[in-house]
Design a protein around this ligand. Structure first.
Ligand code: SF4
Length: 349
């Protein structure tokens, strides 16, 4: 049974959805290759700019197998003018990996999608929901704006992100998650615009707290004009078979100097793939990517931590371990306390 607001948005979408070459027509099955290609191109780029590139790529490489057979140079060349060339490299690497390891089929689950080159939390949720109708909620700038207004969220962004994610997740349709995601994107782009939202045309006007209070134009509240940069890392949650968890003491110098932490990759501005993260693993075991993403905002950046879980049968010399019940003895910074909390909430110990 849909939440009434969910149904209102889907009804609006049925009548107002935008047509794009990557979108499946009503009652047609979406093509995962088209969905992935478009989502990669749309990062930091407008739909208008993407359309000719998307059509050119499909003409050159109609399937993911064709793209995987292309040389990186060819792909970079076709990408020229679209900017952010790392996306083109990821695109090519991802196509090759899909063909080498998945027979050219996209995995359907967010967790698996996030192990592929260039696919971070947003893109994984977009592909899972739009291509495979899995219940997932991609949260981008449009959705942040719409949720902040609908629920009258006064908390400053990006601290508001967990609240926004929770609301968006609760509204996401069980039956039509892909349509719901695309409906939110369309609503944010055409009706709930940053400047002068067209509230009279909005299916959520009756429920919208920002509309009721007349503050729509002021939300979402931002900490600063320039958004904080986002850094990403993967945390290695390594449990010994006796129940101890591996710990690490940070270097004395630098941020959180000398404090305890769970080992992680460097905190960098590009999102991580499992393959890129593994060289930083404390021990060579099998790692699985887990659902929770822990967010924390420092003064100068926002940090998004993904969790990898592994089981160890050994405690190599020089490594530090302890039982979770002893964690209160250690000086963990807040961000690491959040990691431990997420791990406990999800039953990792
Ligand atoms: Fe946005 Fe206005 Fe709709 Fe509220 S009523 S969600 S502010 S367009």
């Amino acid at each position: 049974m849909h939440n009434p607001q969910t149904q209102d948005l889907l009804n609006w979408y049925d009548a107002n959805s935008r047509a794009f070459p990557w979108r499946a027509r009503a009652n047609r099955t979406p093509n995962p290759y088209h969905v992935w290609l478009s989502e990669m191109m749309l990062q930091q780029t407008t739909t208008t700019a993407v359309v000719p590139y998307f059509e050119r790529f499909l003409a050159l490489w109609p399937t993911v197998h064709d793209l995987a057979r292309a040389s990186l140079d060819e792909v970079l060349h076709a990408w020229q003018g679209l900017g952010y060339y790392a996306r083109a490299r990821y695109l090519h690497a991802c196509a090759k990996k899909l063909c080498d390891e998945y027979g050219g089929e996209f995995p359907r689950e967010e967790n698996q999608l996030r192990t592929l080159p260039g696919i971070g939390p947003y893109t994984a949720a977009a592909i899972a929901s739009i291509a495979f109708n899995k219940k997932a909620t991609p949260v981008d700038g449009n959705i942040i704006r719409v949720m902040s207004r609908l629920f009258g969220i006064e908390t400053f962004y990006p601290q508001s992100l967990p609240e926004i994610r929770r609301h968006a997740g609760q509204l996401t349709s069980e039956m039509r998650p892909g349509d719901f995601a695309q409906a939110l994107m369309d609503l944010g782009s055409t009706v709930c615009t940053s400047k002068a939202p067209k509230c009279q045309a909005c299916p959520w006007q009756c429920a919208c707290l920002a509309f009721k209070s007349g503050h729509a134009g002021e939300l979402p509240r931002k900490l600063a004009k320039k958004p904080l940069p986002v850094r990403y890392a993967m945390v290695f949650w390594l449990v010994h078979e006796d129940g101890c968890v591996i710990l690490n003491r940070r270097s004395e110098k630098g941020l959180l100097g000398g404090m305890m932490e769970f080992p992680s990759t460097p905190w960098q501005e590009q999102s991580w793939t499992l393959k890129n993260a593994l060289p930083y693993a404390p021990i060579d075991v099998t790692w699985s990517l887990l659902d929770p993403v822990v967010s924390h905002t420092f003064t100068h950046f926002h940090l998004e931590l993904s969790l990898l879980k592994g089981i160890s049968h050994t405690k190599p010399l020089g490594t530090l371990w302890d039982f979770p019940q002893n964690f209160p003895r250690y000086a963990f910074p807040t961000v690491m306390k959040k990691v431990a909390q997420a791990a406990q909430t999800h039953g990792f110990f």
